[in-house]
Write a protein of this length. Structure first.
Length: 247
């Protein structure tokens, strides 16, 4: 059972018992390209309260649109939930350089909404990130970003007036959950993924938020490996969050 700072094991037990009757499993090819069959253990939700989502995130669950899920793959345990305590985080030299490089970026936050500008940017990102898979920005917004059942926000990153990145996050009083981030592939030299996480950490510090959840760290997948560069961080192995400053 995952250790959580503000919830007793009884709280986890109650939530797990209630959730169990709604959970079902689906199999699919590994979404991260590993040579294994992925097993998603998930439940559909219409809405979810902040305390419940806080508990589920601390127990290793993720949110995808109106679905709460965890990985239950039979022959792979590569997906390791990772979270950051913003009070402990110390930026590396390279992360400080990324912050300086992006000082001309302006950020604004609001509720998620579809615009032609965002659809164009997201489609360009998807074509580069997932070539040949015919992913659609409109489908992402309709089935993923706007269909959350929770207090979800959208953070826009602009270079002058040009939109160069958008982060989708769930925000609670004690947590921020990084749901998705897409950016202009032409601005890759700015290390936009790293800059986004640095901005989220700063936001958490300003609001005295205890944890930033970054989703899965996967050692064998380059696109997911960078998350461990934010140190120190916690990894959920088994049922315990362990502080890790080395990975």
């Amino acid at each position: 059972m995952a250790i959580h700072d503000d919830q007793t094991p009884v709280g986890f037990s109650i939530i797990r018992t209630q959730l169990e009757k709604y959970l079902f499993e689906i199999t699919a090819p590994c979404p991260y390209g590993l040579p294994h069959t992925a097993v998603f253990r998930q439940a559909m939700i219409n809405s979810i309260s902040e305390p419940i989502l806080e508990i589920l995130l601390a127990d290793g669950y993720r949110r995808n649109g109106d679905t709460i899920y965890t990985m239950a793959c039979r022959d792979c345990n590569g997906c390791v939930p990772l979270r950051i305590d913003p009070r402990l985080f110390t930026p590396s030299r390279s992360q400080k350089r990324v912050a300086r490089k992006n000082r001309d970026i302006k950020t604004t936050a609001g509720l998620p909404r579809i615009t032609e500008e965002k659809i164009d940017l997201c489609n360009r990102f998807l074509r580069v990130r997932y070539p040949g898979k015919h992913n659609s920005a409109a489908e992402y917004y309709a089935g993923f970003f706007l269909n959350s059942g929770f207090c979800t926000y959208e953070i826009e990153y602009r270079l002058a007036e040009k939109l160069v990145g958008v982060a989708i996050v769930d925000c609670g009083r004690k947590f921020v959950n990084a749901v998705y981030y897409y950016f202009d592939p032409a601005e890759s030299k700015r290390s936009p993924g790293t800059y986004n996480v640095l901005q989220l950490i700063d936001f958490c510090r300003q609001k005295d938020i205890a944890f930033l959840y970054l989703g899965y760290w996967i050692r064998d997948v380059a696109a997911m490996r960078y998350k461990a560069n934010f140190k120190p961080h916690y990894l959920l192995r088994g049922d315990v969050w362990t502080l890790d400053a080395k990975n």
